[in-house]
Design a protein around this ligand. Structure first.
Ligand code: MG
Length: 262
């Protein structure tokens, strides 16, 4: 009995020691305190259907509303050269990646994509594109509907690092959704990594990543280490020579308190 209670004391001590590592701050408000500030009211917009893109939340920065590429640049810094169709943009193979004019760090990103129909090519050559957070950290876009490839390179993978928890891919030609919560890495003034980037993500409404820690920038056949970079960088979409379509792209910048930091 005595042994059991000292084990419990050790367990409680241990939990006390490690709990700050999980970033949970103590609640400084009394329970049900009417003085506690209430969150801002935000019109959440509407959810997309297959036939129609939804309306973004009122506090989002709209990066693509289906009409034009005014929020985007080509890789050379000139105008983005991808095609704009009726309510969507489409990769124009060979014209290069496109980058958002604005830069972002911590964020919630929503985007929708549709894989080429009919599908063609296999593995990484089938409907490949990518969402590069900060231009460095790729969430793979691929036609992974009955298309085998390496697990850490299928749709919704953190490329080369983490396969999605499930393959929630819809058939080519259907609209699919990514909802990504991204915590940018933090660097010290001397360039040292203080905290890695983290990703939580839903693919078509299903959880595919929960708070995974990125090992560094994503790359093909290697896992390069972090290199210090600004707090905010442009979002990039990849031209991998497949005519993938995108629509309804919006982003909400998050403050450190979203992650329990002050
Ligand atoms: Mg890709």
């Amino acid at each position: 009995m005595r042994g059991h209670s000292s084990a419990s004391i050790v367990a409680i001590w241990w939990l006390t020691m490690i709990s700050p590592l999980y970033g949970q701050q103590p609640i400084k408000w009394q329970i049900h305190d009417m003085e506690r500030p209430v969150p801002p009211v935000v019109d959440p917009g509407t959810v997309s259907t297959q036939s129609e893109a939804g309306r973004p939340p009122a506090d989002a920065i709209v990066l693509f509303d289906g009409k034009d590429l005014s929020q985007w640049l080509g890789g050379d810094g000139g105008p983005a050269k991808w095609k704009v169709g009726n309510g969507y943009m489409e990769v124009e193979p060979g014209t290069g990646d496109i980058a958002s004019k604005s830069s972002f760090g911590d964020c919630q990103l929503h985007l929708e994509f549709s894989e080429p129909l009919p599908g063609s090519g296999e593995s990484q050559e089938r409907g490949n594109s990518g969402v590069f957070l900060m231009g460095l950290y790729e969430i793979q876009v691929l036609d992974s509907y009955h298309n085998r490839t390496y697990a850490d390179g299928q749709a919704a993978a953190v490329y080369g690092q983490y396969p999605p928890l499930v393959n929630a891919s819809r058939p080519p030609g259907e609209w699919q959704m990514y909802d990504i919560v991204f915590q940018a890495p933090r660097f010290a003034a001397d360039g040292r990594l203080l905290r890695p980037a983290r990703v939580t993500m839903l693919h078509n409404g299903l959880l595919v990543h929960y708070n995974v820690e990125l090992t560094g920038p994503t790359a093909h056949k290697k896992r390069p280490p972090y290199k210090s970079h600004p707090e905010k960088l442009p979002l990039k979409l990849q031209d991998h020579h497949n005519p993938v379509r995108f629509r309804n792209i919006w982003i909400r910048e998050l403050k450190p308190d979203a992650f329990g930091e002050s």
